[in-house]
Design a protein. Structure first.
Lengths: 326, 285
C-alpha cells in the first residue's frame, strides 16, 4: 500500500471506531466494547515487551493491579482528581516495573519469564495481604466514576458506558500513535536491533540494558494505565481481578493478534475478550481450554499471529523478510 | 517453639524439594521450564484422593498410581506438545502455559470448583522430637525425601541411563554422536521429572485442601527454588528448598503468616542481583 492509501485507511478506521458504540444499542455489547478497549491498552503495553523487545512477560496483570490500586486509593482516600490518580497509577506501575526489570532483564533463557511470572503472583499476594491498604480479599467497592476537570462545577463525570469508551479511546489513540512512531525513532530501532541480535547490537554501541529496561518500564507503566481505567470502569477491584490468569490472557491476546504490530494488539483483545465473555455467560472453563489449545496451535503454525498473517497475504513484508531480502 | 517451627519447616522443605527436583531435572536436561507441572501436582492430589477414598485402596498404592498417572501425562505432553514445539524452534514455555490452562480447566470441569479434603487412617500418631511434635505422616515424608534426593543423584551419576541423561544435558549433538537417542532420553527424563510432581501432589493431598488450581501456589515456590539453586542443579534444589522452607516457616512462626510468601520474592530478587546463575549454577556460556 502506498502512504496516502495507508493514511486513508487509518482515518477511516479511526472514524469507524468513534462510531462503534452507537452501532450497538445493547448494553451488554457496549460493555464488551469498553472491556475490549481496556484490554487493548493493556495488550498494547505488553506488546512493547513481547513484540519490540522479543521477551515474554507473564506478570502484566500484577502491574495492571498496582495501577488499579494506586489510582483507586489516591482518588478514594486522598481525594485526588482522576487524572492525577491515573498519573500515579502509571508512575507506580512503572516503578514496580523498574524494580523487577532492572536486575532481571538481562537474564537469558527462561529466567526472565519466570521472574515476571513470580512477580505477578507476588503482587497478587500483596493485594490480598496488605489489608490495611487494599482491604485484602474483600476488595475495594465504590470507586467513583472518573470526573475530569476542575472542582465540582467545571468537570465532566464519565459515568456511562459510551462516554467511558471515548475516555479509553483517547488513551488507545495516544498509545497507538506512540507505537506507530516507535519504529521510526531511535528507541524503536535500538529495540529492534536488540530483538534481532543482542550481541551484535551491543557491539555497535547500542546500550542494551538501558533500552531493555526502558521498554519494560514503559510497558508496565501502560499496564498501570489500563489498571487505572479498569478500576474506574468496574468501580470495584479485588485481588481476583489481577490474577495469573489475566496475565496469561493478555499474553494470549497479544500472541493471537500478532506481536510487534499495531493491529495485533487490537485484533487479539477484540477476538478473545469476546470469546471469553460469551463463554462466561454459561461455562467459562471451555473458553479457557480453548485458549490453551489456541496458544499451542499458534506457536506451532502461526507464530506471527493474525496481523502477521494478514500482512503476508496482502503482500506487505514483515521485518524479518525485509532483512532477508536486503 | 524453635523446635516446633523447625520440624514443620523440615516437612515443608521436603515437599518443596520433591517439586523442585522434578522441575530441575527437566529444566536441566531438556531446557524446558515445565510450568505444566502445576497441573500435575493437582492431578497427583486428585488421583491419590480417588484411589484412597473412592476405591478404598491403601495410601502407598494411591501414591504409586498417582506417580504413574502424572508420569504418563508428562510423557504425553512431551511427545504431543513439547517435541513438535522444539522441532519448530518455538518457545516451549508458552506451550507449557497452554498445557497448564487445558489441564486446570479440564479438572475444573470434571471435579467441580469445591475444595477436597480427606483423612488418612494412618500417620495420625505424633512423635516428640527436641521438644516439638510432628505427625508420623510428616516424618514419613521427610524420610522419603531424604532417601530420594541422594537416590536421584546416585541414579544420574552411576547408572547407564543416568549417564545418558547427563550426556544429553551437556551436549545434545555430542550425545547423539556416541549413540544416545535424544528422543528416548527426553521421554525418560519427562517420566522421571513428572513422577516427582505426582509424588509431591499425592503427599500433600491428605494435609492440604486442594482444588483445580491447587498447584499454582506451589509452582511459584519450586520455580524460585530452582532459580535460587541454579537451573538443573540437584544440590541447588535441595539447598534452595531447605532455605525457602525453613525461612518461610520462621517468618510465619515469629512474624506473620501473611508475609511468609514475601521471602520467596525477596530471595529471588536478591539472588538475581548477586548471582543470577544461582548458588550452584553454571555460568551460562
Amino acid at each position: 500500500m502506498t502512504k496516502p492509501v495507508k493514511i486513508g485507511v487509518a482515518v477511516a478506521l479511526l472514524l469507524l471506531s468513534l462510531l462503534l458504540p452507537y452501532l450497538f444499542s445493547s448494553m451488554l455489547i457496549r460493555h464488551f466494547i469498553v472491556l475490549i478497549a481496556i484490554n487493548i491498552v493493556l495488550v498494547m503495553g505488553l506488546d512493547i515487551v513481547v513484540g519490540h523487545l522479543g521477551l515474554i512477560s507473564l506478570g502484566h496483570a500484577g502491574f495492571m493491579g498496582i495501577g488499579a490500586y494506586a489510582c483507586a486509593i489516591s482518588v478514594m482516600n486522598h481525594d485526588a482528581p482522576f487524572l492525577l490518580g491515573l498519573l500515579l497509577a502509571v508512575l507506580c506501575a512503572g516503578l514496580a516495573g523498574f524494580i523487577v526489570g532492572y536486575p532481571s532483564i538481562n537474564l537469558r533463557g527462561h529466567y526472565f519469564v519466570i521472574v515476571t511470572f513470580i512477580s505477578g503472583i507476588i503482587f497478587n499476594l500483596f493485594f490480598t495481604n496488605l489489608i490495611s491498604i487494599t482491604k485484602g480479599p474483600m476488595g475495594m467497592p465504590g470507586i467513583p466514576p472518573p470526573s475530569i476537570g476542575f472542582g465540582d462545577r467545571f468537570s465532566i463525570v464519565v459515568d456511562s458506558k459510551v462516554s467511558y469508551y471515548y475516555l479509553v479511546w483517547v488513551f488507545i489513540v495516544i498509545v497507538g500513535f506512540v507505537k506507530i512512531r516507535f519504529n521510526h525513532s531511535k528507541i524503536g530501532r535500538a529495540m529492534s536491533a536488540i530483538r534481532e541480535d543482542e550481541d551484535l547490537a551491543r557491539s555497535i554501541g547500542v546500550r542494551v540494558h538501558f533500552y531493555k529496561v526502558l521498554g519494560f518500564v514503559f510497558s508496565t507503566a501502560i499496564a498501570g494505565l489500563s489498571g487505572g481505567l479498569y478500576a474506574h470502569y468496574f468501580r470495584f477491584i479485588g485481588p481476583d481481578s489481577f490474577t495469573l490468569f489475566q496475565s496469561f490472557n493478555a499474553f494470549v491476546m497479544n500472541l493471537v493478534g500478532g506481536m510487534g504490530t499495531v493491529a495485533g494488539p487490537i485484533i487479539g483483545p477484540a477476538l478473545l475478550t469476546l470469546i471469553d465473555e460469551v463463554f462466561q455467560l454459561f461455562k467459562p472453563e471451555y473458553a479457557r481450554i480453548l485458549f490453551g489449545v489456541f496458544l499451542i496451535l499458534i506457536i506451532l503454525y502461526m507464530p506471527k499471529g493474525i496481523a502477521g498473517l494478514v500482512k503476508e497475504r496482502m503482500g506487505g513484508r514483515t521485518w524479518s523478510q525485509k532483512k532477508a531480502v536486503s | 517453639m524453635l523446635a516446633q517451627v523447625f520440624l514443620n519447616a523440615l516437612f515443608l522443605s521436603s515437599i518443596y524439594c520433591l517439586m523442585a527436583l522434578g522441575l530441575t531435572i527437566i529444566l536441566g536436561v531438556m531446557d524446558i521450564a515445565d510450568f505444566a507441572q502445576a497441573g500435575l501436582y493437582m492431578l497427583g492430589a486428585y488421583v491419590a484422593f480417588f484411589v484412597c477414598q473412592v476405591l478404598g485402596a491403601g495410601f502407598l498404592v494411591a501414591v504409586l498410581i498417582a506417580m504413574i498417572a502424572t508420569g504418563v501425562v508428562g510423557v504425553v505432553n512431551n511427545t504431543l506438545v513439547y517435541q513438535p514445539v522444539l522441532k519448530r524452534g518455538a518457545n516451549t514455555l508458552i506451550a507449557a502455559l497452554g498445557i497448564l490452562l487445558i489441564i486446570q480447566n479440564l479438572a475444573l470441569l470434571i471435579f467441580g470448583p469445591d475444595y477436597q479434603t480427606y483423612h488418612l487412617a494412618f500417620g495420625e500418631g505424633k512423635i516428640e522430637l527436641f521438644g516439638g511434635t510432628i505427625t508420623v505422616y510428616k516424618t514419613m515424608i521427610i524420610v522419603v525425601t531424604a532417601l530420594l534426593a541422594p537416590a536421584v543423584w546416585l541414579f544420574l551419576s552411576k547408572t547407564k541411563i543416568g549417564k545418558a541423561i547427563r550426556a544429553v544435558s551437556q551436549d545434545k549433538e555430542g550425545a547423539s554422536l556416541v549413540g544416545i537417542s535424544g528422543d528416548k532420553v527426553s521421554i525418560f527424563t519427562f517420566c522421571l521429572g513428572t513422577m516427582f510432581s505426582g509424588l509431591s501432589g499425592a503427599f500433600l493431598s491428605p494435609i492440604y485442601a486442594f482444588d483445580a488450581f491447587f498447584g499454582s501456589q506451589f509452582i511459584v515456590k519450586s520455580l524460585t527454588i530452582v532459580i535460587f539453586g541454579g537451573l538443573g542443579s540437584l544440590r541447588g534444589a535441595v539447598v534452595g528448598a531447605l532455605i525457602i522452607g525453613i525461612g518461610e516457616d520462621m517468618i510465619a512462626g515469629y512474624w506473620s503468616t501473611e508475609y511468609s510468601s514475601l521471602l520467596t520474592f525477596v530471595l529471588l530478587i536478591l539472588i538475581l542481583f548477586v548471582r543470577p546463575q544461582g548458588i550452584f549454577g553454571r555460568r551460562p556460556a
